[in-house]
Design a protein around this ligand. Structure first.
Ligand code: CU
Length: 780
């Protein structure tokens, strides 16, 4: 297969990629899963040895933009891998078949030391996408998964089942389509953190792309070339149309090249004829006639969209300006599979990768400050060679029942368990940390043997004051969150520092650091080699200037939208309940064709996002559901966590509870609680007076941090002084967002992805002055 023209592929750590594993694919052993879920191999299957306990840190391959275009092909394929699995410290490795994203033309990654006897490849994160502000993205997505290697379930009315004709997977849940695990070989790509169009060929997560068809022998009956016919023409036109990045193009299916749409119609029709109960062609035909963008595709899809650059020196743009009202934030973003029903299983398999969007006022300024330092390979320090850490919890069967229970899966970094990274004495590295895991948050404990400072959150730059206050402060990185971290090594060689995390479902699960709770090693840093030249690198004196469109959303600005507000309440119940995961009491698509949330373009709104989930009825721990909304970042204006662990305001470290040092002292004492005495540092919550259910300390009013995922503090079940009546005090946060530039339909959801797949998702409809509302695309 040929590489798409203009694609640039390289490897930042090429020297590590010494051994070829081209033979690996030949050694793949085929097995077919039983009719139910993707499962680990049966006990009689070949076993394998694990990699060395501390393998070298590796980086994924990269697709790099050139001449203003990020061009490449991402193949969704399947591979048998040596999958490391660590549950509560016990590491096992077994051959597992997983679905993965691969850049076409990228060389295979190197095997970890102590290779598999059958040359099975080790997991690696999906290819890094590296673009610049103002670029147009042109990615061809080709789905060539062999679905016979996984569960056989498909798109419509088909929850994954345990055994042929058995109960819904996993046993004991009462899930109903479409809010159940299903369609694991159907996929799409969500570009998480992009500020772009949510429609047509852009960040459109309503798309459902089935694999290319295969015959009974498992061979493709339509080639990728046939399924991508005429797409170069389309990308050429798209580039022209998106010269103004506010254009939303293509608009209708007729904007796509006819040879390609004809091929899609042909494949969809053949699929419908072949597969009873799956009228994908009929549904697409109706959508096309209704002037909606069809949602079903076979084999391939062309992603084409703009990454708008904000080019004015001040904000807002003057009236009549053609500038975007808001730009794409330069920074650390990412992408992942986002087909409702298979998001968790696909992300668990490893279908995630980094999306680095560079800007001259961010990357350029960092390079200005550090570009004169020379590293041991003789090269000058550069942002493009800095470590990208794609965290994930790799798994072949999502654990949907354990809730917040014990024994979470350990995190891998770019596919490896506990890799070892090297730093030179006196070196500062820029770590781009991305928690792409489907389930757990990683709480980064304060560093020892290293120092750090945070430059950005969720790909959005920090104001300088926040950067300065972040030295060695622990980090709570929920699923979906990103952190740009400057990490400084000591000035002498010979030490190894462990980066320690706690693997938790929410803030309340974090425990104070102690000998009884030393944390889990995420990766280690070996300080080795000659000192960095010409001298030890200091931290940046100040953070690069934030883009003007990230100015605080003031009360005055909000007032122009008549102080518009919304309220959403996320709730989870234990297994066995009729419905487990809801927003405002309903599940995704419960309102049929209506959007759950409606917003007008150019408005500023303040939303209160609540969480009533609490320990009771089969839920063994609190859960901070990570709230995520597509397209626009938001500013947090207030957080209330009724389970809040008290931290030292200077260090951010937890204060142990004087009555039980394995736990943190809680900020809130419940009035009338006879089981303990109030600590003078605690605030009081009155369970019978909801006016006290709010933070007892003021929240900052300026330089507020922008996020695109924020974990909603869990609720707390309390008992009234009568000793009998209970109440749930919800956790919540308030956020403000500017809804600008792009009308259309998109989603908000929980980033614990089994919750999303099982219903914890809402549609958001944004309408503009010139765009009449069109209903959100149906899931079926
Ligand atoms: Cu959730």
């Amino acid at each position: 297969m040929k590489t798409a023209p203009g694609a640039t592929l390289h490897h930042s750590k090429a020297s590590l990629w010494s051994a070829s594993i081209a033979a690996a694919t030949a050694a793949i052993m085929i097995y077919s899963a039983p009719g139910g879920a993707q499962q680990p191999l049966p006990p009689t299957s070949p076993t394998t040895n694990c990699p060395d306990p501390s393998p070298p840190f590796v980086m994924p391959s990269e697709i790099v933009s050139s001449g203003g275009i990020l061009k490449g092909t991402i193949n969704l394929t399947d591979q048998q891998q040596r999958l490391p699995k660590s549950v509560a410290g016990a590491v096992t490795c077994a051959p597992q078949i997983v679905r993965i994203f691969q850049a076409e033309g990228a060389p295979a990654p190197p095997p970890a030391p102590k290779p598999d006897p059958n040359n099975l490849p080790d997991p690696i994160a999906g290819p890094t996408l590296r673009a610049k502000l103002g670029d147009v993205v042109q990615l061809t997505f080709v789905n060539q998964v062999n679905s016979n290697r996984f569960d056989r379930n498909i798109d419509l009315d088909a929850c994954m089942r345990v055994g042929p004709g058995g109960s819904v997977y996993p046993a004991g849940v009462n899930d109903v389509y479409p809010n159940c695990l299903h369609a694991s070989s159907t996929a799409n790509i969500h570009f998480h953190g992009t500020h772009t169009s949510p429609s047509t060929t852009a960040d459109n997560v309503f798309l459902q792309i089935r694999p290319l068809p295969r015959n009974n022998q498992g061979n493709l009956t339509v080639t990728p070339a046939a399924a991508t016919v005429a797409l170069p023409d389309f990308f050429g036109t798209c580039l022209e149309k998106l010269k103004n990045p506010l254009n939303q193009w293509p608009v209708t299916w007729d904007d796509l090249p006819k040879p390609w749409t004809d091929k899609q119609w042909e494949m969809l029709k053949a699929y419908e004829t072949r597969t009873p109960g799956q009228p994908l062609w009929t549904i697409d035909q109706k959508m096309y006639k209704d002037k909606q963008w069809p949602i079903y595709y076979i084999g391939a899809f062309p992603y084409c969209f703009a990454l708008p650059a904000y080019t004015l020196p001040t904000w807002p743009p003057p009236p009549g300006s053609t500038s975007p009202n808001m730009g794409q934030s330069p920074g650390t973003h990412w992408y992942h599979a986002h087909k409702h029903g298979s998001t968790a299983i696909n992300v668990s398999n490893g279908m995630t990768g980094a999306f680095i969007i560079e800007g001259k006022d961010y990357d350029g300024k960092i390079n200005e400050a550090y570009g004169s330092y020379v590293l041991k390979d003789g090269k000058r320090w550069n942002t493009q060679s800095q470590p990208i850490l794609v965290l994930n919890q790799l798994e072949t069967a999502p654990n949907i029942l354990a809730g917040g229970g014990p024994n979470p899966l350990d995190f891998v970094v770019n596919g490896r368990l506990r890799p070892k990274l090297s730093m030179q004495p006196g070196e500062v590295q820029l770590w781009r940390i991305i928690n792409t895991a489907p389930r757990s948050a990683a709480y980064f404990m304060a560093p020892t043997g290293l120092k750090w400072r945070q430059l950005a959150q969720d790909g959005v730059q920090f104001a300088d004051s926040n950067y300065r206050a972040s030295e060695n402060v622990p980090l709570f990185v929920a699923p979906g969150n990103r952190v740009d971290l400057l990490v400084q090594a000591p000035t002498t060689a010979g030490s190894t520092a462990n980066v320690l995390i706690q693997n938790v479902m929410g803030r309340a699960g974090v425990q104070p650091t102690s000998t009884a709770n030393p944390g889990t090693v995420l990766l280690s840093v070996e300080v080795t080699g000659p000192p960095v030249q010409p001298s030890a690198m200091p931290f940046l004196r100040r953070a690069p200037q934030q883009p003007p469109f990230l100015t605080d959303i003031t009360d005055q600005e909000w007032a122009k939208s008549n102080y518009a507000t919304k309220e959403l309440t996320f709730d989870s119940k234990g297994p066995g309940k009729p419905v487990q995961h809801t927003i405002n009491g309903v599940q995704f698509e419960d309102k049929g064709g209506q959007a759950n949330v409606q917003v007008h373009l150019s408005r500023v709104e303040e939303w209160t996002i609540k969480n009533t989930t609490h320990i009771a009825d089969g839920l063994s721990s609190t859960i901070d559901h990570p709230f995520h909304i597509h397209i626009n970042p938001f500013q947090i204006t207030q957080v209330f966590d009724p389970n809040e662990n008290m931290t030292d305001p200077r260090t951010g470290q937890l204060i142990p509870d004087p009555q039980d040092s394995t736990k943190a002292l809680l900020r809130y004492f419940i009035l009338g609680d006879k089981t303990r005495t109030q600590d003078p540092r605690q605030c009081v919550l009155d369970p019978s007076n909801s006016d006290t259910w709010k933070p007892c300390q003021p929240w900052p009013r300026s330089n507020l941090v922008w996020w695109d995922v924020f974990a909603i503090p869990s609720g707390r079940l309390v008992t009234l002084p009568d000793g009998k009546t209970t109440k749930v005090i919800p956790g919540y946060f308030k956020m403000r967002s500017r809804f600008v530039d792009y009308a259309g339909n998109y989603v908000l959801h929980c980033h614990i992805l089994v919750h999303e797949d099982r219903g914890m998702m809402f549609t958001v409809q944004v309408t503009g002055p010139t765009t009449p509302p069109s209903p959100p695309p149906p899931h079926h």
